[in-house]
Design a binder for this molecule. Sequence first.
Ligand SMILES: [Mg+2]
Length: 224
Amino acid sequence: MVVRPRSAVIAAPDAFPPAGVTAIVFDVVGTLVEPAVTVADTYAAAGKRQGVDLDPATVARRFATAWRRQESIDAVAAIPFATSRDRERERWREIVTDVFGPGGATAAIFADLWAHFALPASWRTVRRGATLAQAAIDAGLVVAVASNFDERLLAIAPHLDPLARAAAVFPSSEIGWRKPAAEFFRHVERRLERRPDQLLYVGDDPDLDVTAAANAGWRSLLVG
Ligand SMILES: [Mg+2]
């Protein structure tokens, strides 16, 4: 099966998988799966359950700012982009606090949202990513996922297509590094026992996926 990617940063952009690649590693959110209900609507509903009324447009605006703030914290940390289960949980606690404010309901809203996004049913397949993953499997390549998502991904993946088709799942909290750190990619190389030039990273983020993987010596492909 030959799939023609919409855009490509690979040596032979008209062929997938590209020659010489023996393993393909996919980003998760926005590439293989996406929230079944938008983040803004999900947050607004969680707020409402705790008696906090916030319209989805306000949530979306505050969420985007909060997300960027957390990325900045990681970028300027003493060890940039190092992470852990505690750091990932704290990231989301702070994002929820930035969105809803430090009021008494925020702890309950955070617990609600943390549990919500840990459920396979809260996610749905991105058809294009699933097609690429299956094309790679059909071509006899190893398919894995490596994500800035945290350890909740380990429980979700076996129950959610196409994540369940992956031979290995690498969440950032378990690697100890987030993209765009080169160490993130080095860890996956070691675990898959591949050289950088044998690996293709597929993702929807031009910086965190495509540029970061290319900087680590991998081939990379932008989708979405
Ligand atoms: Mg993504």
